[in-house]
Design a protein around this ligand. Structure first.
Ligand code: ATP
Ligand code: MG
Length: 245
């Protein structure tokens, strides 16, 4: 069977006028300097400093694709906080000729609201059956990855590592891989050097320059974590001395 992936091939900014607009989200460098990015059929990561625009772009892609801005399936329709930007109106997605069989937008920030709505709408069974509020944050997150995502899907995840221990992050990585083997595409915003190690993934780093592709071992996440873990005492000593200067 020929795969229809990537379900989202690329995103591009519709017109140059966007670049001259003022205020959020148009003044975020990643938005100002980016024209187009293309996605890997398996896994694409958005990485970069806090506030560099990863969630803003992921959300705009999600809304443009037809998801609820707060997350969930494409049929989830509710609004707890209306804070999403109008960026979805300024971008265009290049999509596959075929729709995915499953789709989910999972974001750490508003997962609590999605969990509440899952109970209200009586769809807990598809999340594994147990109330997401009666599980720890990490357990509820993993239940969602394990039960709700059924493969042949398009999955947008914003900081899936947020509540997960390092060992469970590896579990999440393995679940992601199982779903990729079942013809799924992921676009994931993350800070986790474990999650972003997914083999062969495309990694886009957001920053003052806009959005650029980087290799895993060149990322700050990899180099900073690695040097810290290798020499924690030296790293801490340097950090404290720098602060004292
Ligand atoms: N609703 C909003 N109104 C105004 N500014 C906002 C809004 N949401 C985010 N911002 C600003 O836009 C910038 C990008 O935010 P965004 O949430 O996309 O960053 P991020 O890369 O996802 O960061 P993090 O890694 O902390 O999640 C930040 O400077 C943030 O303060
Ligand atoms: Mg974010």
């Amino acid at each position: 069977m020929i795969s229809a992936r990537p379900y989202i091939k690329s995103v591009f900014f519709k017109d140059e006028g966007t670049k001259n607009r003022k205020g959020y989200p148009y003044d975020i460098p990643a938005v100002q300097h980016c024209e187009e990015i293309s996605f890997h059929p398996d896994v694409t990561f958005f990485i970069g400093e806090n506030g560099s625009g990863k969630s803003t772009l992921l959300e705009a892609i999600a809304v443009s694709y037809g998801f609820n801005p707060e997350g969930g399936t494409k049929s989830a329709r509710f609004e707890v906080h209306n804070t999403h930007s109008s960026l979805h109106e300024e971008i265009k997605l290049s999509k596959s000729y075929k729709l995915p069989g499953d789709a989910y937008f999972l974001r750490a920030e508003s997962f609590y609201n999605v969990a509440t709505k899952a109970e209200e709408f009586g769809v807990l069974k598809s999340y594994g059956g147990k109330s997401l509020h009666h599980q720890s944050h990490g357990e509820a997150f993993l239940s969602t990855l394990m039960h709700k995502l059924t493969g042949n899907g398009l999955y947008l995840l914003d900081e899936p590592e947020a509540a997960l221990s390092p060992a469970r992050q590896l579990t999440a990585l393995s679940l992601i891989h199982q779903l990729v083997l079942q013809d799924s595409q992921f676009i994931i915003a993350t800070h986790s050097p474990l999650i972003m190690a997914y083999p062969g993934a495309r990694i886009y780093e957001f920053g003052e320059w806009g959005i650029r592709e980087v290799n895993y071992r060149e990322t700050d996440h990899y180099t900073v974590t690695r040097s810290f873990l290798e020499y924690p005492e030296i790293s801490l000593k340097l950090l404290i001395e720098n602060e004292e200067e």
